[in-house]
Design a protein around this ligand. Structure first.
Ligand code: GLN
Length: 555
């Protein structure tokens, strides 16, 4: 089951300090970004950090949740389907997240119930306190090595019923580990009332009161606000919420998420954290890399427009993708402007009118029938008009289907995910290798956690464009899919101008396709966006954005 579940004191390094981040007033305030930014600042002061997310909902993981509600499902190297905040953590800290860094109530309860069935609690009545809370504490304390700080973000908002065991657990941990090893950061909102011309502190006061009812006294209050927070308001929050005035920290709306660490540092966030724990604060944090990003972002050499032809209305569903495009832009000193297109609109209106002003087309991952014909039309448009195309996962499958239908002439080519009555050029994977063992799947099996998930190796063809882009033959990328292009179509595809240039090491699974005759047309079965970072932009995105820039110069 996997997240350790070790006992309280057996693994925890006594120097590790814990920072718990909670949120109040409203959801979507950006706790994930706040946590990631604080972690980046502590790193900039030379500390080793680790970030963890605790989600109170009852799903075992977000893998089966609708992306329109919950946003992107982030996938780690070890194949954990996790909350998108883990993506922020990785992008800001550069530390790959693992299964030990993401938990939900579903997972916690599953573990408690497994133990109950196994007889581990024999004789006891199983209760939220202590059995569920002990499991939460074991998750927080488990699998820590030599980290100076572990930052734990509690999902949801203070007052949510599902969140209560988490608040109780972190309260207990503060008691058990001592306040010199634990800190509470609470993120709230100061609404601005234009008619009164005022920022309101009352919701923050209520939210902190509620935290205090659970026995938690915040040490830092991070206040999201549209405008500067006047000293008077800071004083009020400090006095009524029982925190030091200098620990009421403004988190103003930022022009870019990559500005947030600089903004927090200017407000004294990392200084206050170090001071709280009695750590050296004489030297300033090294923020050069963040300043460099800021500099490049503010002075781009130009702008390039790239279409994302998706189907989930919520942009959060494509979080890592949008970030990876930004990173690709940064590497080229260009601003990437995303034209968000609904695949159903492309289907209805046709691609000409919607895609004629973009310099690159990206068809992202997806599931199910809705919008597929629009995605296929977008791939066709890119192929016929020599527009740079990047197909990711479903976007690669759609490009293959397009070539099979419109170039190879197999009119009923499709994926067995989408039709039972078709020539299944993309079919269900029933068997594949994982670390030397076989993974087996059946039609109609469980949907949760059963895809081909996490890092798998791909071997590149040395004559390909992707080989030039990656600069090496063996790569590893993160996957999340159930269907796969059938390798038996390789010769037909080749005849139709599409070459399989990346395969699994056993040669059975196509991983990358490209069109050698096209200026830039690449489809990948994996998700490169998950590994892109502002300081290490993913080579595929750097190359794709560059191709789009070159293309825009031709327009
Ligand atoms: N639905 C497709 C599959 O399962 C693609 C998945 C994806 O794009 N992540 O294979």
């Amino acid at each position: 089951m996997g997240y350790g579940g070790c006992k309280m004191s057996d693994k925890t390094n006594s120097k590790t300090k814990f920072i718990f981040i909670t949120g109040g007033v409203v959801s979507s305030l950006g706790k994930g970004l706040a946590s990631a930014s604080l972690a980046a600042l502590l790193q900039a002061r030379g500390f080793k950090v680790r970030l963890r997310k605790l989600d109170p909902y009852l799903n075992v993981d977000p893998g089966t949740m609708n992306p329109c509600q919950h946003g992107e499902v982030y996938v780690t190297d070890d194949g954990t389907e996790a909350d998108l905040d883990l993506g922020h953590y990785e992008r800001f800290s550069g530390i790959p997240a693992t299964k030990y860094d993401s938990v939900t109530s579903g997972k916690i309860y599953q573990r408690v119930l497994d133990k109950e069935r196994h007889g581990d609690y024999l004789g006891a009545t199983i209760q939220v306190i202590p059995h569920v809370t002990n499991e939460i504490k074991a998750f927080i304390l488990g699998n820590i090595t030599d980290e100076d700080f572990v930052l734990c973000e509690i999902g949801g908002t203070v007052g949510d019923i599902e969140g209560q065991p988490y608040l109780e657990s972190i309260r207990q941990l503060a008691y058990e580990l001592g306040r010199d090893r634990t800190m509470f950061v609470h993120l709230t909102l100061l609404p601005y009332i234009p008619t009164a011309g005022e920022l309101k502190t009352k919701p923050t006061q209520h939210s902190v009161k509620q935290l205090q009812e659970y026995g938690i006294q915040p040490d830092i209050i991070l206040c999201r606000s549209q405008i500067e927070i006047p000293q008077n308001e800071r004083k009020k929050i400090a006095l009524f919420c029982n925190v030091k005035e200098e620990c009421v920290i403004a988190a103003l709306d930022a022009k870019s998420i990559y500005h947030v660490p600089l903004a927090y540092s200017a407000e004294g966030m990392d200084y206050q954290v170090c001071k709280y724990f009695g750590l050296e604060t004489k030297t300033k944090p090294d923020l050069d890399k963040w300043k460099h990003i800021e500099e490049v972002m503010q002075n781009p050499e130009g702008e390039v427009k790239i279409a994302i032809v998706g189907k989930y209305q919520l942009q959060e569903a494509y979080k890592s993708l949008a970030e990876a495009l930004t990173h690709g832009g940064l590497a080229n000193h260009f601003k990437v402007k995303i034209k968000w297109l609904d695949a159903e609109d492309v289907e209805k209106q046709g691609p000409d009118e919607l895609l004629n002003d973009v310099s690159g087309i990206l068809v992202p991952g997806g599931f199910g029938n809705r919008g597929t014909e629009g995605k296929i039309a977008a791939a066709k448009y890119a192929r016929e008009h020599n527009i740079p195309y990047l197909g990711i996962c479903f976007g690669m499958q759609m490009a293959v289907i397009e070539t099979m239908r419109n170039v190879a002439g197999i009119k009923n080519a499709n994926s067995s995910e989408l039709s039972d009555d078709c020539e299944a050029v993309v079919g269900l994977m029933t068997e594949w290798d994982k670390d030397g063992a076989k993974e087996i799947r059946h039609k109609g099996g469980d949907l949760g956690g059963t895809m081909r998930l996490g890092a798998y190796p791909t071997v590149l063809d040395e004559k390909s464009k992707v080989y030039q882009i990656y600069g090496c033959k063996n790569i590893s990328e993160r996957h999340r899919h159930r269907y796969e292009v059938n390798i038996k179509y390789e010769p037909v595809l080749k005849k139709s101008g599409m070459v399989i240039v990346g395969k699994s090491p056993d040669g059975k699974l196509p991983e990358i396709v490209e069109r050698p005759e096209h200026p830039w047309f690449i489809g990948v079965q994996f998700h490169p966006e998950l590994k892109s970072k502002p300081f290490a932009p993913h080579p595929l995105f750097v190359a794709f954005v560059k191709a789009a820039i070159d293309n825009s110069r031709l327009i």
